[in-house]
Design a protein around this ligand. Structure first.
Ligand SMILES: C[S@@+](CC[C@H](N)C(=O)[O-])C[C@H]1O[C@@H](n2cnc3c(N)ncnc32)[C@H](O)[C@@H]1O
Length: 202
């Protein structure tokens, strides 16, 4: 069982703004990101062993965390938005599974080393935590990562720092076995998706 890191509710000015923004977005009855897992996670679910602990980073309303729990993982969902995580727990209840949740600023989160068999990160990019993400995975563990790429700037007013460069995920996880990777630019959206496995000797 994942024992969890220290729980605290201190936020920087920036994360307080994020918290207010996301709490307001999630404060509607419907699930704005849907109740279904991301397609990349669902389509690559054949890779999921379904045992051990999973961490969903910036989990929002919990669609991917709940999917991991349904697959058999003891799942921890972290997000700065308490409103999002309330909905994540409701979704888990609806699907008859249990997830743990922590309201936290990922900038300050004390990632436990070698703690998770599975780490999920969808639609969130904070480059400062890449090394933490890598360290918190157990050897042999899987990372599923998907977020917007630089091509998305054609279709949005995103800032450049919020999007991945081409092949950036491949570089970040270059010491891993890259199991699946794609870059997509179609229908006015553009993103990169990766599944990689931490090597047993790392
Ligand atoms: C686009 S949503 C993605 C939610 C989820 N991963 C999904 O794909 O359904 C981005 C999430 O990042 C969270 N977030 C933003 N800044 C954060 C921070 N500093 N610490 C923790 N969570 C943060 C937001 O609250 C929001 O739920």
């Amino acid at each position: 069982m994942y024992k969890g890191a220290l729980f605290h509710l201190e936020f920087t000015d920036m994360s307080l703004k994020d918290k207010e923004k996301w709490d307001a977005k999630y404060a509607v009855p419907e699930y704005i990101t849907s109740k279904e897992p991301c397609v990349w996670l669902k389509d690559n679910a054949d890779l999921l062993a379904g045992t051990g602990a999973a961490l969903d980073i910036a989990s929002g309303e919990g669609r991917n965390a709940v999917f991991a729990a349904e697959k058999g993982y003891e799942t921890l969902a972290i997000d700065v938005s308490a409103t999002g995580l309330d909905k994540a727990r409701s979704l888990a209840c609806e699907k008859n599974v249990t997830i743990e949740t922590r309201v936290a600023d990922l900038d300050d989160w004390k990632f436990e080393q070698n703690a998770f068999e599975l780490v999920l990160c969808f639609n969130f990019l904070e480059r400062r935590i890449f090394s933490d993400i890598k360290n918190t995975l157990k050897p042999g563990g899987l990372i599923f990562y998907e977020t917007f790429t630089i091509d998305y700037l054609k279709y949005s007013n995103f800032k450049r720092e919020w999007v991945l460069e081409h092949n950036e995920l491949l570089e970040i996880f270059s010491g891993y076995h890259i199991l699946r990777y794609r870059e997509v630019d179609r229908d006015e959206t553009a993103f990169a998706s990766l599944v990689a496995q931490k090597k047993n000797d790392s």
